[in-house]
Design a protein around this ligand. Structure first.
Ligand code: AMP
Length: 494
């Protein structure tokens, strides 16, 4: 999506509102630092020569971020050079090292999404010995080859055997429960988005942070930044965002429950005439009503459906506040990937071609975003009809996994290949009759037999358990799918 230079100024304005709000609830945040794991991603050129990159990469590379004046409220443990390092391993390693060195100063920790923060904890679990060695000796591991990163880290890193011993003692304990509060004892809250699909990570975060407040400060997208949470210490399930009316022109398309939200039809990004007539202005939204968010942006999107469903939760003075309900049509999400039903369907269709020589067909399938593994991964449950006599070798199922991954969108593949934020896709073959059992179960809970449709994605724990209990074999994608930095969906005209 196209964007323009002045848009970054508008986005910076929204960022500048976050700490004044936060400070009303948590005093003393100017007395220490924030340990935030922030990353850039690789960029590409469009055929016309414009830069194409994710919005946050644009922001971190802009002067708004890089040359921000000193402010005790936006003082981070990660030097800019470590955030701007294009190599994700070196970036994570150096940010973690700097965070550990300054552990007593850290008052808040975070990342953009919950998944990113958990990835940082997993990284620490894997690499703490190397990190301790660096802290003990005051030198940086040789795998960190980026000169600007080395120089920036050396300004912070001093030999500190006592700190190395302390980290080693904590990290080598059997349990990692509360590791965040143990290593960064002055942390007051975790700043990560845990609304929407990210709520799946709340139990894991609670475990590692000993139940520190999880704070969702803002609501934003590549197209446009939307709003802030004026009550940041509320429970994740109660978070509401107040839209900042100067970010874009906001309009709202009323959503009837059971009418579209989880429909499998891919919704166009534009509105038809009837829908245009139904639009409601920001000042006219009604308490309790659900709406699809529609924006007209300064950079040129006109009445564009963001794809999010919001519910009016209340008002701050006259400004409406919205709960984030869901993203229309997205069935699977681990990190910044969003896979809708149509895309999943096409990917599965491509994969089942591998069965042709075996006279087998796919009778039913569903999917699950498994975040119990770190990184999380997509799981597909497949029930097969086997007509042929030749058994299907495991390599064919592995090929199916890879074909599905190859068929998914570039954000998914980038997560798999480049950021390693998504693990290998898994196919679980379930016993014949499993999907009938699934239907029986849904009907026992009140689903209509006439209208029952196999869900293409499952989230409800008893259903996941039912599927897992009937799985007879499991296969993983044997390698990473192809991903080229040229296939991007974000375009930035800076
Ligand atoms: P992207 O354009 O890839 O950055 O994704 C933007 C989308 O992420 C939004 O349209 C939402 O669906 C989701 N998102 C962003 N911020 C939040 C939030 N605070 N809570 C829930 N979902 C969010």
């Amino acid at each position: 999506m196209p964007t323009i230079e002045e848009e970054l100024g508008r986005r910076s304005l929204l960022y500048s509102l976050l700490m004044p709000v936060m400070s009303q609830f948590v005093p003393g945040l100017d007395k220490g630092k924030g340990m935030y794991f922030l990353f850039i991603k690789s960029e590409a050129k469009t055929p016309s020569g414009l830069v194409a990159r994710p919005v946050l990469t644009s922001y971190y590379k802009s002067t708004h971020f890089k040359d921000r004046p000193y402010d005790p409220y936006t003082n981070y443990t990660s030097p800019n050079e470590t955030i701007l390092c294009p190599d994700s391993y070196q970036s994570m390693y150096s940010q973690m090292l700097c965070g550990l060195c300054q552990h007593k100063e850290v008052l808040r920790v975070g990342a953009v999404f919950a998944s990113g923060f958990i990835r940082a904890i997993k990284f620490l679990e894997k690499h703490w010995r190397l990190l301790c060695n660096d802290i003990r000796t005051g030198t940086i591991d040789s795998q960190i080859t980026d000169q600007s990163v080395r120089e920036a880290v050396m300004k912070i890193l001093k030999p500190d055997p006592k700190l190395a011993d302390f980290i080693e003692a904590e990290c080598s304990k059997d349990s990692w429960q509360g590791i965040i509060t143990r290593l960064w004892p002055n942390t007051k809250y975790v700043d990560v988005i845990v609304t929407g699909t990210m709520s799946q990570y709340i139990p894991t975060l609670d475990y590692y942070t000993n139940g520190l407040p999880l704070v969702c400060t803002m609501y934003a997208s590549s197209e446009c930044y939307f709003g802030v949470n004026l009550n940041p210490l509320c429970k994740p399930s109660e978070v509401s965002y107040t839209l900042i009316p100067t970010m874009a022109y906001f309009e709202f398309l009323p959503v009837q429950r059971n009418n579209g939200v989880n429909s499998s039809i891919s919704v166009p990004k534009t509105l038809n005439e009837k829908e245009q007539q139904e639009l409601v202005d920001l000042v006219d939204v009604k308490l309790g009503q659900e709406y699809e968010l529609v924006v007209t942006t300064y950079s040129g999107l006109y009445r564009y459906r963001v794809g999010d469903v919001l519910r009016v939760a209340g008002f701050k003075n006259n400004a409406p506040q919205f709960n984030f309900i869901c993203r229309k049509n997205v069935v699977l999400c681990i990190d910044s990937d969003k896979t809708d039903e149509v895309e999943l369907q096409n990917a599965v269709k491509n994969a089942v071609n591998h069965f042709l020589p075996f006279d087998a067909t796919l009778a039913e399938y569903t999917s699950y975003a498994d975040t119990t593994t770190i990184p999380g991964h997509y799981v597909l449950y497949w029930e097969l009809s086997l007509n042929g006599t030749t058994p299907i070798p495991p390599s064919v199922f592995e090929d199916c996994c890879l074909t599905i991954e190859e068929s998914l969108n570039s954000v998914y593949r980038q997560g798999r290949v480049c950021d390693k934020s998504i693990g290998p896709l898994e196919i679980k073959i379930v016993e014949p009759g499993t999907f009938d059992k699934l239907m029986d179960y849904a009907i026992s809970l009140g689903a209509s037999i006439n209208q029952y449709k196999t869900p293409r994605c499952v989230k409800f724990a008893p259903i996941v358990e039912l599927l897992n209990s009937r799985a007879v074999s499991s296969f993983f994608s044997p390698k990473c799918p192809k991903w080229f930095p040229g296939h991007k969906q974000w375009i930035n005209m800076n």
